[in-house]
Ligand binder design. Structure first.
Ligand SMILES: [Ca+2]
Ligand SMILES: [Ca+2]
Length: 490
């Protein structure tokens, strides 16, 4: 196994029912991307549950049940891992908002088990469930006019009857919109909430005239006023369980806020290793999906740099700064940038940033033709770009699958694959991504059975994916809105 070693692991202040019986090799190849040897453990694939509306998070709960948020279904659902029976635990139809075709809705989910450090009676208190979701306001944001916001709400879990009660709003007014929500929620060993906020798709597609604020840091005034919408775009947050700013969060640009890292595009993957190392995945624009190690106070480069600072097939084209032709008079094009839009090479930006420990969809040089004829119909070139669109990241720390202990499992959307990246013994690097399962699905999230022998994978209900045979765009999903179960053969 080859590791891309890294010297950037700085010591951190943060301690951080229906069975479709097919046997699939663990290393099925796909139409594009990294290849892998045709060996490894064999799995039995089954469809555990169907009929979910865009499951966004999938977790094994402390009550022995699978739990999912449904982005467009606007609810939290419990899934019996034995029967696949689904039960609505929380219906947020009246509180939450999803835009058809958008990335907003009911998104993040995390459990926090009783902690001896809280709970007045010494029992460790209750088991909490945190949920993040988009809601509507009548307050247009500065510059963009956006009226969507996101909140994180804490509920109390009854492990016996599997119900949620006592909602407490932890943090409101966070950025939301129809693109790049990220919205991955984890609880650290330090008892803090870690939450990813995307760049809201600023500077691309429908939002191409919105300035990208992934490098914009909060001012003290904004922190004092709770004005999170602008400065928290493209960030990773660390939040006290009551929503306040932890007093040991880093001071960045002279200000302490919820922000622990910045320069992120769309961090849909976030997970801790047992030793506290925090791994994150980010989606690249046309190249350079990233896997990063997150340490507090660091800049991860977006939108000035993607992957490494190597000027390969990427320059930051800042549409919002177009002059003399104002951006509003332009037509967006992902490939051809008009001369009025300023462009900056990666090496023209001198800021300090932390490079990734691995990238996917990287191996193209400047001059590469991103117009693949396979994706010409309807101009769906983005489906053919070398990127795979990582959608979640799970640290596999169990013994259930031989050879897998200490790996990252990475789900992807348009590539329809789950990748495995072996973590190096020192935790600071990963091996080459190995594609373990591919089908015509948009894989969204992973949960593990307690022994690790079964990997549950949630799939989007709709969207575009690469045809498994031709690589051309397809909207035909094999298992829409489902939870698949891959059980290792023993
Ligand atoms: Ca980066
Ligand atoms: Ca680069």
């Amino acid at each position: 196994m080859k590791y891309r070693s890294t010297a950037l692991v700085a010591v951190s202040a943060l301690a951080l029912g229906v069975t479709l019986a097919t046997s699939v090799p663990a290393t099925a190849g796909g139409p594009t991307g990294p290849s892998s040897p045709a060996s490894g453990p064999e799995f039995t694939k089954s469809v555990l549950a169907t009929g979910l509306n865009d499951p966004y998070e999938l977790l094994w709960g402390p009550d022995g049940q699978l739990w999912s948020t449904e982005k467009s279904g606007l609810k939290v659902t419990r899934i019996d891992p034995d029967t696949g029976e689904t039960t609505t635990v929380l219906d947020l139809t009246n509180e939450a908002h999803h835009t058809e075709g958008g990335q907003d809705g009911v998104l993040g989910l995390a459990f926090q088990e009783p902690d001896p450090h809280r709970g007045g009676d010494g029992s460790g208190g209750d088991t909490y469930v945190y949920v993040s979701y988009t809601y509507m306001t009548d307050t247009p944001a500065e510059v963009t006019g956006e009226t969507r916001r996101l909140k994180i709400v804490r509920y109390t879990l009854d492990c016996d009857d599997h119900t949620l009660s006592d909602p407490e709003e932890i943090l409101t007014g966070l950025p939301s919109g129809t693109d790049h929500q990220s919205a991955r929620l984890r609880i650290g060993q330090d008892g803090k909430l870690y939450y990813t906020v995307g760049d809201q798709g600023a500077n691309q597609l429908a939002h191409f005239c919105n300035p990208n604020w992934a490098q914009r840091l909060p001012t003290q005034d904004e922190v004092d006023q709770g004005a999170w919408f602008g400065p928290y775009q493209g960030k990773i947050l660390r939040i006290d369980p009551d929503g306040s700013v932890p007093e040991d969060n880093p001071v960045i640009g002279g200000v302490r806020s919820h922000v622990i890292s910045y320069g992120h595009r769309n961090s849909q993957g976030l997970d801790f290793a047992p030793n506290g190392t925090l791994y994150q995945s980010d989606q690249g624009p046309k190249t350079d999906d990233e896997v990063n190690i997150i340490n507090p106070g660091n800049n991860y480069g977006w939108p000035h740099v993607v992957g490494w600072r190597d000027d390969r097939a990427y320059a930051y084209a800042n549409w919002s700064a177009s002059a003399p032709t104002p951006c509003a008079d332009l037509t967006y094009d992902d490939i051809d940038v008009p001369p009025s839009v300023p462009q900056q090479k990666e090496t023209d930006w001198n800021g300090a940033f932390v490079p990734p420990i691995s990238t996917l969809g990287t191996t193209v040089d400047s001059g590469f033709d991103f117009r693949d004829p396979k994706c010409a119909e309807g101009g769906l070139y983005f489906i053919c770009y070398p990127t795979v669109a990582p959608s979640s990241l799970t640290y596999y720390a169990k013994d259930g699958v031989p050879g897998w202990k200490d790996s990252l499992l990475l789900t992807t959307l348009k590539d329809g694959s789950v990748f495995r990246l072996k973590v190096s013994p020192d935790g600071g690097g990963v091996g080459e991504p190995e594609r373990i399962w591919t089908s015509q699905n948009r894989y969204r999230a992973i949960a593990l059975s307690p022994d690790g022998g079964t990997v549950y994978v949630a799939t989007d209900s709709a969207g575009l994916v690469r045809d498994v045979n031709t690589g051309a765009p397809s909207a035909e999903l094999e298992n829409p809105g489902s939870v698949l179960a891959f059980s290792v053969q023993r």
